[in-house]
Each structure stands twice: as structure tokens, then as C-alpha cells.
Design a protein around this ligand. Structure first.
Ligand code: ADP
Ligand code: ADP
Length: 226
């Protein structure tokens, strides 16, 4: 587990577009923060700065007790879950889950333990020999989640992970992801433009507007105001 500390974070893209300004946010151990706000408000820029996929122009970012501004994504102890499942089509589910661990030189027994544990949690154990095309959309999304789980990261970063699913599956998966996140107690930052998804999943919501934090609060705090 880890906390995430954002101290006056800002982003100016090459070319001069200012996407994020003066963001201060402490995410507690095990907390699920959902970032919401209109299209273009800077949600994905902020998430990608935490992930290390965008450089940080201003301010300081800590994950746990380390300043990670200049660390590569692989060194930040985070795992991302994307909407486009980013699964390898020619590999089995097992190998999709194992691939990153193999690359990082984990022992075979450790890989098996992590893959089997993740598969069990996500109830995809019976699909380990299948290829992604032989799975339903929901099953594929679980495999994508599994690829993040096997890393046993300090934090999960979710980038609109459910937006490719149909409405019914979205409702089901948001409950599953939330339960899993609580059970693991993994600090999470979750980006969505879906209000209901945000309300049902968040410990706290962060509303961004024009690259700045407009409001922060629990769903109760934000939606019971007059
Ligand atoms: P959101 O995820 O809330 O839709 P983004 O973080 O994608 O918002 O975008 C925030 C702002 O930054 C927008 O004005 C967008 O046009 C701009 N932006 C995003 N990516 C880039 C980029 N690679 N280069 C320049 N401007 C960008
Ligand atoms: P895999 O995507 O299967 O883990 P690699 O180990 O080749 O494959 O990963 C390529 C790079 O992407 C590495 O730097 C790795 O740490 C990073 N990476 C892979 N998966 C994730 C993820 N879910 N979240 C964040 N970084 C990831």
C-alpha cells in the first residue's frame, strides 16, 4: 500500500497548452479517488503524470515516501488498467498474465502463484488456456485487471476502464472492481466521465475543471449540498 501526494502539480504540453494547474491532493493508503469533470478538463493528463507517461512540468509527486517525478513508469510501483484491453491476441490468458513477470525475471513458481491467485480472484481460472478472442468483453476486462493485479503494485491507476463495455456489464464490473479494490486495500486513482460510476466507486471524488481542482469530497458531501 502507499499514499500518493500531489504537491502543486502542473502540466504544460510542448507547444504551450496548459492542461493542469496547481493540483494539491493527498490520497490516503487504500483510498479510492475518482477523478471526474468535463472532457478536456485534464483528467487523463493528471493520471498519466502519476503513471509516468507524461512528464511533470511543475510541482512534486510522491508515491509512498519517494518523489517519483523523474522515475520511469516501471519504477513507480503502480499498475494501470486501460479501457482498450491491451491484451496480446496471440497469447493465452495465462501468458497474457505472466508475460510482464517473465520479462522482469520472476521465478516460474512465483509467476504461477501470482497468476493463479489473480485468476482465482477474478474468476477467470477456467479460461487460462484460451486466447483473448475466445472471451467475452467482461472476461477480457477481467484479464486486463489481472495484468495489473499480478504486479502487486502499491497503487492502481484506472483510465476509463469500463467505457468499452455495454451498460449492463459496466454496472456489474464497477461493483466487481470496487469490491476487489477494497479487499486488496490498494490505493487507487480512477478516471471516468460517468457520474454514476464515479458516485458508486469513490471514497472521495475530485472534480477537475479547466485543469484545476474545483471540488473534493465524499459522494455524500458533494451531492447532498443545497
Ligand atoms: P480529459 O482527460 O479530462 O478529457 P485531457 O487531460 O485529455 O482531458 O486534456 C486536457 C487538455 O490538454 C485539453 O485541452 C487537451 O486538448 C490538452 N492535451 C491533451 N493531450 C495533449 C497533448 N499531447 N498535447 C497538447 N495538448 C494536449
Ligand atoms: P507487460 O505489459 O506484460 O507487463 P512488459 O513487462 O514488457 O509487459 O512491460 C513493458 C513496460 O510497461 C514496462 O516498463 C512495465 O513495467 C510497464 N507496464 C506493463 N504493464 C503495466 C501496467 N499495467 N501498468 C503500468 N506499467 C506497466
Amino acid at each position: 500500500m502507499a499514499s500518493i501526494f500531489m504537491d502543486n502539480l502542473g502540466k504544460v504540453y510542448t507547444g504551450g497548452v496548459r492542461a493542469v494547474t496547481g493540483v494539491n491532493l493527498d490520497i490516503a493508503d487504500g483510498e479510492m479517488i475518482v477523478l471526474v469533470g468535463p472532457s478536456g478538463c485534464g483528467k487523463s493528463t493528471l493520471l498519466r503524470m502519476v503513471a509516468g507517461l507524461e512528464t511533470i512540468s511543475e510541482g512534486s509527486l510522491k508515491i509512498g515516501d519517494r518523489v517519483v517525478n523523474n522515475l520511469e513508469p516501471a519504477d513507480r510501483d503502480i499498475a494501470m488498467v486501460f479501457q482498450n484491453y491491451a491484451l496480446y491476441p496471440h497469447m493465452t490468458v495465462y501468458n497474457n498474465l505472466a508475460y510482464g513477470l517473465k520479462n522482469r525475471g520472476f521465478a516460474k513458481s512465483e509467476i504461477q502463484r501470482r497468476v493463479n491467485e489473480a485468476a482465482q480472484m477474478l474468476e477467470i481460472g477456467q479460461f487460462l488456456d484460451r486466447k483473448p478472442r475466445q472471451l467475452s468483453g467482461g472476461q477480457r476486462q477481467r484479464v486486463a485487471m489481472g495484468r495489473a493485479l499480478v504486479r502487486e503494485p502499491a497503487a492502481f491507476l484506472f483510465d476509463e476502464p469500463l467505457s468499452n463495455l455495454d451498460a449492463k456489464l459496466r454496472v456489474q464490473m464497477r461493483v466487481e472492481i470496487r469490491q476487489l479494490q477494497k479487499r486488496l486495500g490498494t490505493t487507487s486513482l480512477y478516471v471516468t466521465h460517468d457520474q454514476l460510476e464515479a458516485l458508486t466507486m469513490a471514497d472521495r471524488l475530485v472534480v477537475l475543471n479547466g485543469g484545476q481542482i474545483e471540488q473534493v469530497g465524499t459522494p455524500m458531501e458533494l451531492y447532498s449540498r443545497p
